[in-house]
Design a protein around this ligand. Structure first.
Ligand SMILES: [Zn+2]
Length: 109
């Protein structure tokens, strides 16, 4: 794993917690730039051993990792869209509040 900020590989785990029935979450920190980020560890189905390769049952299938990364990216995009919608809603509500009597808006004298 590389640091998402500077791409260094010198990383340490600051904290590990069981955050779900099948999930362990870790807080990691880059030893080079100090950036901190969360990771999650889940159980994956084992893959068949490949002759001559030592990864065998240890390595997680590349397709599975690609799928997980896509899901995480989609979730991030969805969260960003929701956050933008909420910010717009808050701005609209603030505008409406400015128009309430006694708040310095319309009708306030
Ligand atoms: Zn870094």
């Amino acid at each position: 794993m590389n640091c998402p900020s500077c791409n260094a590989t010198l990383i340490c785990v600051l904290e590990s917690r069981h955050t779900g029935k099948n999930v362990i979450s870790r807080k990691r920190q880059c030893k080079i730039c100090g950036y901190k980020w969360p990771t999650a560890e889940i159980t994956c189905p084992p893959i068949a051993s490949v002759a001559g390769r030592h990864w065998g049952s240890f390595k997680v299938r590349d397709e599975l990792v690609d799928e997980l990364v896509k899901d995480v990216e989609a979730s991030k995009a969805e969260a960003s869209t929701r956050a933008e919608a909420l910010e717009k809603e808050v701005a609209t509500l603030k505008e409406q509040l400015d128009w309430l009597p006694g708040k310095g808006g319309f009708g306030a004298r």
